[in-house]
Write a protein that binds this ligand. Structure first.
Ligand code: FAD
Ligand code: SF4
Length: 473
């Protein structure tokens, strides 16, 4: 291929073109420019096939990255798809939204040696998209029906990954979700500029065509009980994520003075899906916005507010850039799009004028000296208070499990209220009930939810096979 091959990285720089910031903020489309096959061959050809696949080790799915990079470099896309889809039920989704700088690409040998990582995520997304475009994504057709059923609560990535594997193995699968469409945070959390909704919908369409039944608007604990699901199914998987937003506790704030991050993001996602008109509710257009928090949710809120046409957008975070939980890539994207970061600032009070919020008073913070094995403390700087003008304040302080998980008094929970599972497995304290994804880990990543969903499906399969054998005996 001329430029690809073992020394590709020496002559070819890493290239991952994004739409110019001033253009991309005009809409909610994905910001990565769709690569051509030639671009992908060149970028995949930068892989040195170093022999110690640190990238694979750093991938929660243990994706066979060097193999599918090599195949992509040789334009063997169909074979690359076969390899990529063997370990992942949604490569085109993870390829788009994994924080690769902290996972596969962060560990790439080229990155470690100063040559800049191979664009692993972008190649993976391209392989998946190419497979869908060419009809290589096979429909789910189980070899035989097993005559047992599994109920899954939650149609997020953990639930969808498990549904894919269990239906393929021949189980009747029903997914219950309280939202009106499947996808979990892939649909109603993560904005379209990171992951367009059509990419999620074609995955769920495939599951529906393969025989997975989705029961939407069904809230476990309200519309159905866990015991009813256990009665109905041979096994149950709990994959309902974590949705209790951590609340801001500062004086001055009244009801409606702040907007929870997920409400803000869900409303915009509903606009993108054409479910609500372009109304003014949770709309940042023409407003001075302050987003409080430093995780990926905060990054999604600031970038959404910019796209809605906010007059100004400030992200207030109590630690500094190096100590924030959000992905460095997302901070860079936000800065390019015009977001101002107020590092080392902690909210202290909400100030109001004429009954509506007018500014956020914040304390200037400083980080304690680094100590081995400890996260640096933050302490207020005396006399360092400052005010940020705001007429829309968004709280993005993270999520915890909802109380609802305790709806069954024999379901054990951890001290953090997540569902307790057996060591190195997914079985809960209730026989035949398993749990996976954020509901077990707490707020985490899509790729971990996919891994859990796949592994939980394998464990449920083993459990149900044992049940069948015991019954036969
Ligand atoms: P979820 O995706 O939360 O799905 C759970 C499903 O269960 C939902 O559909 C919900 O409606 C349903 N449910 C909940 N309770 C009930 C109930 N009682 N009855 C019935 N159904 C119920 N991760 C990344 O890797 N990259 C990112 O860029 C990224 N960005 C994010 C942005 C935001 C705004 C947020 C909030 C998270 C982001 N994450 C990101 C994290 C990622 O989305 C989650 O880790 C992942 O979605 C967890 O998957 P899950 O299947 O466990 O849960
Ligand atoms: Fe990298 Fe995520 Fe793909 Fe694994 S799943 S190779 S971590 S982008």
């Amino acid at each position: 291929k001329g430029t690809s091959g073992p020394k590709g990285f020496v002559v070819q720089p890493r290239r991952l073109p994004k739409t110019t910031a001033s253009v991309r903020v005009q809409d909610f489309g994905e910001i990565i420019v769709k690569p051509t096959t030639e671009n992908i061959e060149v970028q995949a050809g930068r892989c040195t096939d170093c022999g110690v696949p640190f990238c694979q080790n750093a991938c929660p799915l243990q994706n066979n990255i060097p193999d599918w990079l090599g195949l992509s470099a040789e334009d063997e896309m169909r074979e690359a798809w076969r390899v990529a889809s063997a370990t992942s039920t949604m490569p085109e989704i993870c390829g788009r939204i994994c924080p690769q700088d902290r996972l596969c690409e962060g560990s790439c040998t080229l990155n470690q040696s100063g040559w800049e990582a191979v664009t692993i995520g972008s190649v993976e997304a391209f392989i998946g998209d190419t497979a869908f475009d060419n009809g290589w994504v096979e429909p789910i057709r189980p070899a035989h029906e097993r005559g047992q059923s599994v109920g899954i609560v939650g149609a997020g990535p953990a639930g969808l990954a498990a549904a894919d594997r269990l239906r393929s193995a021949g189980y009747a699968v029903t997914v219950y979700d309280r939202h009106d469409r499947p996808g979990g945070l892939l649909i109603y959390g993560i904005p379209g500029f990171k992951l367009e909704k059509r990419v999620v919908q074609r995955r769920t369409d495939r599951l529906i065509e393969g025989g997975v039944e989705f029961v939407q608007n069904c809230n476990l604990g309200v519309d159905v009980t866990l015991d009813e699901l256990r009665e109905k199914h041979d096994a149950v998987l709990l994959a309902m994520g974590v949705y209790q937003a951590r609340a801001l506790s500062v004086p001055g704030g009244g009801p409606g003075d702040t907007v929870p991050a997920l409400d803000f993001l869900i409303h915009q996602n509903r606009r993108d899906l054409g479910e609500v008109d372009n109304d003014t509710w949770h709309n940042a257009k023409g407003r001075k916005v302050v987003v409080i928090g430093g995780g990926d949710t905060a990054m999604d809120c600031v970038r959404t507010a910019i796209r809605q046409g906010a007059e100004s957008v400030v992200c207030l975070y109590r630690r500094d850039r190096d100590n924030m939980p959000g992905s460095a890539r997302e901070v860079q994207n936000a800065e390019e799009e015009g977001v101002v970061f107020e590092w080392l600032g902690a909210p202290k009070a909400l100030m109001s004028r004429d009954g509506t919020v007018s500014s956020v008073r914040a304390a200037r913070m400083a980080l304690s000296e680094p100590e081995f094995g400890k996260r640096r403390e933050i302490v207020p700087v005396p006399g360092g208070d400052f005010d940020l003008q705001a007429d829309l304040v968004i709280e993005a302080l993270g999520f915890e499990p909802e109380e609802f998980a305790a709806h069954h008094n024999e379901l054990s929970l951890t001290q953090w209220n997540t569902v307790a599972v057996a060591r190195s497995g997914f079985a809960t304290s209730l026989p035949g009930v398993y749990a996976a994804g954020d509901a077990v880990r707490g707020a985490s990543l899509v790729v971990w939810a996919v891994r859990d969903g796949q592994d939980a499906a394998a464990e449920i399969d083993r459990y149900l096979r044992t049940q069948t054998e015991e019954q036969a005996a």
